[in-house]
Design a protein around this ligand. Structure first.
Ligand SMILES: [Zn+2]
Length: 132
C-alpha cells in the first residue's frame, strides 16, 4: 500500500518540481517519456513504499517475485549523474534500517517493452557517501 503523498510537495526524486508535475502522473499509470523519467519515478516509488509500481516497471525476466519496501530503509535523496541512451547512472542516498547512511551508486539499463520503458538491470558500486 503506497503512502499518500501531497501532489504540491516537491517530488521525492529531487527534480525540484512538484510531485503532481513529476513522478505523480507516472505512478498514476502514465508513460515515462525517457529512461531517466522512469528511473526517477522508480526512485520515488521506493521512497513512497510503492512496491507495486517498482515491480510493474521491472522487466519480467529480471523482476523479483516479491518486493517488501517496509524494511525501514529511508530514501534521502537522488542525484542523476549521467543519462545517455538507455542507461542512467545515479547515486541514491539511503539510511539503512540500522541507522547508517549508504550511498547506492548504480548504472541502470532500461529497455522498451510494448512501448513502455522498463528497468532491465543495473551494475552497482559502493560510493563515497560524501560524494553525493
Ligand atoms: Zn519526480
Amino acid at each position: 500500500m503506497a503512502l499518500a503523498y501531497p501532489p504540491f510537495k516537491s517530488c521525492p526524486c529531487g527534480s525540484g518540481r512538484s510531485y503532481a508535475h513529476c513522478c505523480g502522473p507516472l505512478h498514476a499509470g502514465g508513460r515515462a517519456a525517457t529512461p531517466e523519467a522512469l528511473m526517477r519515478s522508480r526512485y520515488s516509488a521506493y521512497a513512497l513504499g510503492n512496491a507495486r509500481y517498482v515491480l510493474d516497471t521491472w522487466h519480467p525476466d529480471t523482476r523479483p517475485a516479491t518486493l517488501d519496501l517496509r524494511d525501514g530503509t529511508r530514501y534521502l535523496g537522488l542525484r542523476v549523474r549521467r543519462s545517455a541512451g538507455n542507461h542512467v547512472e545515479f547515486t541514491a542516498q539511503l539510511r539503512l534500517p540500522g541507522g547508517e547512511r549508504y550511498a547506492l551508486r548504480e548504472n541502470s539499463e532500461f529497455v522498451q517493452l510494448e512501448g513502455r520503458w522498463v528497468y532491465l538491470d543495473g551494475v552497482t558500486a559502493d560510493a563515497d557517501p560524501d560524494a553525493g
